[in-house]
Write a protein that binds this ligand. Structure first.
Ligand code: IPE
Ligand code: IPE
Ligand code: MG
Length: 240
């Protein structure tokens, strides 16, 4: 039986996750790193479904960073292939899932085929609103800010904006996340305790939860645990 609105546990409106630990998960099993990414992809499906079930409105996931191009050609190829397969599946099951997709990051470096899949997924899913998944692909927070600054400078040069009157709110419109509220909660599994260039602007006031579980092993219970930790904290900031 579905829970009524009153019976549902409170959840943050926007959760962001650094999907880390795929490589170690594979290594622990004597498998190639790509097997870890495949398992990580399954975890993403599981967690995105769970977020939709519990009423999270925005889920932002770090899938591939601007730094990840330093990895072996084989590993990068494997990740890109998994992404292609996932997006084809998302396009096929769009109506059933009701997920709206957005992509954060510089897509110009992706293969034309993958970029087209991203664009099609974004365009065709914009009519769905059950949950919005923001996929960070070739994403780096500093790169995002630089691209935004360039776009703003171009508008100033074109006489559409004035440099002196720029506000934080206005600048946000130039970021990949334009129109998306900031994440209240950022989760990093895998035991690493750094943010690796993930949403530096948007997470200025987010609560961070670092967890000792590798992403492929991350279960809905881990998300519950992170949400419970979030609500245990006293979210008092800025003022008195
Ligand atoms: C995260 O897992 C996935 C990507 C960065 C694409 P990793 O591949 O970084 O896994 P670890 O950190 O090596 O275990
Ligand atoms: C961050 O994980 C990027 C993604 C999860 C896509 P990394 O494994 O690439 O980050 P570092 O190298 O530990 O900082
Ligand atoms: Mg890693």
């Amino acid at each position: 039986m579905a829970l009524s609105e009153d019976e549902k546990m409170p959840v943050p409106q926007h959760i962001a996750i650094i999907m880390d630990g795929n490589g170690r998960w594979a290594k622990n099993r004597g498998l190639p790193r790509t097997a870890g990414h495949k398992a990580g992809g399954e975890t993403f499906r599981r967690i995105a479904n769970y977020c939709r079930e519990i009423g999270v409105k925005y889920l932002t996931v770090y899938a591939f960073s601007t730094e990840n191009w330093k990895r072996s050609t084989e590993e990068i190829g494997g990740i890109m292939l998994l992404l292609e397969r996932y997006l084809k599946e998302a396009l096929r099951d769009m109506e059933k899932n009701g997920v709206c997709f957005r992509f954060f990051g510089d897509l110009s470096r992706l293969s034309p085929k993958l970029r087209k899949l991203c664009e099609d997924t974004e365009a065709r899913s914009s009519q769905y609103h059950e949950v919005q998944v923001n996929f960070c692909l070739n994403y780096g927070g500093r790169d995002e800010i630089i691209r935004a600054a360039r776009a703003f400078a171009a508008d100033v040069a074109a006489g559409k904006r004035s440099a002196d009157s720029l506000t934080e709110l206005e600048f946000e419109n130039y970021l990949d996340s334009a129109g998306v509220p900031d994440p209240e909660l950022v989760i990093r599994p895998s035991g690493e305790q750094r943010t690796s260039n993930f949403l530096p602007w948007q997470s200025a006031y987010s609560e961070f939860v670092f967890m000792n579980v590798l992403w492929p092993d991350f279960m809905p219970e881990h998300l519950d645990e992170a949400i419970a930790e979030f609500y245990r904290r006293n979210r008092r900031f800025g003022g008195a």
